[in-house]
Design a protein. Sequence first.
Length: 149
Amino acid sequence: MTHRFPAACLSAAILGIASPLAAPALAQVATAYTCTIQKKQDIDLVPEILFIGHRSGDKTAIVSDPIVLHFNDDQPMEAKAVRVNSEKAVFRWTVRGPRTTDHRTVRLRYEVDINRKTGAIFLAARVTELRGQLSGRGTCEIKQIKTDS
C-alpha cells in the first residue's frame, strides 16, 4: 500500500481541533505531533508517517496517516486520548479495515506512546485476524498551537 500523505490532511486535522461549536472564543492550546516511524516488520499496517492533533484537556484527538486515510474515505479520524501529561501522551484508535473472505471486517487497533520530552514514539498495532503485535519506533516533532475554540 503506497499512499502519499498530503499536507492538506494535516491542515484538515488541525482545523478539526478548533471546534466552531464551542462556547466563547477563548485561546486554547493544542499540540500537533508529526511523527516518522520505522516499522519492525515488512508489512504495510504500521504507518511510516503519523499526525495527531490534540487540544489540551480533550479526551479525544484527531489522527491521520496513510492507513487511516485509505480506510476512512480520505478523512482523518478520532482517537482516544488515554493519558496526556507533561511527560507522556498515549492515544488509541481503531480502523475498520477490509472484509475477509468469510465476510468479517478486519479491525486494526493502534496505540501510540509518545515521550513529550524527547519526542520518541512507540506504535503498537494489533490486527483482529493476526496473532501477535506489529510495532514501530520513531520520533515526533511536537508543536504547540494556539487555537480559537
